[in-house]
Design a protein around this ligand. Structure first.
Ligand code: ZN
Length: 434
């Protein structure tokens, strides 16, 4: 180990992680997401090292190579360990208050989700709890939730509103996300999901609700620059195709990029709509048609799959990841974290992608890093270990990256670095502030 400058051709680095059993780079897909066979090739460097300066990756390669070009007194010895990019969670309903453990028994007895919703449960119950929470309370709840995800390896997360369903409460939720970007080390990508459910005060008046969302709320959210994306729960009996199209088009007119909950429970044609409106991502896709696959492929829309959703909904049907991958549609992963799918360790999503969606460990890691970064339009900055990117890195307590997908139930993350700074180690936070 070197601790002093020995060669004048070396440049200073703030930190060098060295001697890693594997550095899994996921390189080569910053401009376009990995698709088809590319998803199975993760770019492994054995005996690897990463040099970091000013929060960015300045070199990656074999340990000898990196040490020939950079020196630093600050080193992490990753002998026997694996280094990967930080996980990107491309679909999370992060901002909510309350919980719904009582609905688990209803699910076990076979009551379907849309029936729970009709009985005033599901989303509508969380809407009541979220409206009742002050901004400060919501802030604290969401901060704790986000920091817990960070200790298990999530460094960037798409975070949706959608449990406010009044302009005031949607703005409150999005302001919480903006605040979390400042007060925690994570990066949050805010999504406006005012069209998550039809609030009870608009019961039976879907079209009027959509008018309000399109004509009043979206322009206001756009003007305040509170969201990057506009999303819609496109589903039979909720927001069907025409209303979903209106919402996504209104978002586009106001500077919000479209993404969509598509074909989750019923083959309504949400994936086809995703392609037609140029959605960045179409999510869920349990019941998509072959036309939907073609539409996504043609539009370059990313399929963001959420395998924890059917698990927690107990519907035992999963999206056909193999069909999407073999048809060249780029696949990303997300947690679908919500009161219905309360997932605290994103590593479970990789497990399920392999055990339930039959993705390979390499495909799952690709989907959880660089492709998820594309799904949230961040791939130029994060999602892979390449020069010039933010040093959002995980050091895993395993000697082969495939253990991530293979082993269930633990936290295999030894250390989390965000912008080159260690922020969590062995499941414990090192810093709480951003
Ligand atoms: Zn969702």
């Amino acid at each position: 180990m070197k601790d002093a400058r020995t060669n004048l051709s070396e440049s200073p680095a703030d930190l060098i992680i060295e001697n890693a059993r594997q550095v899994v780079t996921l390189q080569g897909h910053s401009l376009k997401p990995a698709c088809g066979q590319q998803m199975d090739e993760v770019g492994i460097i054995e005996d690897g090292a990463v040099a970091i300066s000013n929060g960015q990756i300045v070199e990656v390669g074999r340990t000898n190579f990196v040490n020939e070009h950079f020196f630093s007194q600050n080193r992490i010895d990753a002998t026997g360990k694996v280094v990967t990019p930080g996980f990107v969670d491309a679909h999370a309903h992060l901002v909510f208050a309350g919980s719904r453990e009582t609905e688990l028994e209803m699910k076990i007895k076979g009551v379907e989700y849309l029936d729970i919703l009709k009985r005033g449960g599901g989303i509508l119950r969380t809407v009541r709890d979220t409206r009742a929470a002050s901004k400060q309370q919501l802030q604290e709840i969401c901060k704790a939730r986000a920091l817990s995800l960070l200790t298990c390896g999530v460094t960037t997360i798409e975070a949706k509103s959608g449990y406010g369903l009044t302009l005031e409460d949607e703005v409150k939720s999005l302001e919480v996300i903006r605040e979390l970007n400042k007060s925690t080390p994570l990066t949050f990508i805010p999504t406006f999901l005012g069209a998550h459910a039809i609030p009870s005060e608009y019961s039976g008046r879907v079209s009027e609700y959509v008018d309000t969302v399109c004509d009043v709320w979206i322009p206001e959210i756009g003007k305040k620059k509170l969201a990057t994306f506009c999303d819609v729960f496109c589903e039979k009996g909720v927001f069907e195709i025409d209303n979903s199209r209106r919402i996504l088009e209104a978002g586009k007119r106001n500077g919000l990029l479209p993404r969509i909950h598509a074909d989750e429970f019923y083959p309504l044609g949400g994936a086809v709509l995703a392609g037609e409106v140029g959605a960045i991502s179409a999510d869920h896709l349990l019941n998509m048609s072959s036309l939907g696959v073609e539409s996504l492929k043609h539009a370059g829309t990313i399929a963001t799959l959420l395998p924890a959703a059917p698990l927690t909904l107990m519907i035992d049907k999963y999206p056909d990841a193999r069909n999407l991958i073999s048809n060249g549609v780029p696949v990303a992963l997300g947690s679908d974290l919500s009161p219905s799918c309360w997932i605290e360790n994103y590593q479970l999503v990789l497990n399920l992608a392999c055990y339930k969606l039959r993705m390979t460990p390499a495909e799952a890691l690709t989907a959880a890093t660089i492709n998820a970064a594309h799904s949230v339009r961040m791939a130029q900055r994060i999602g892979s270990i390449e020069k010039g990117k933010s040093a959002d890195l995980l050091i895993l307590e395993v000697s082969d990256y495939r253990s991530l997908a293979y082993r269930l139930g633990g936290n295999q993350v030894n250390a989390v670095l965000k912008n080159g700074r260690p922020v969590a180690r062995e499941g414990k936070l090192l810093v709480a502030e951003g």
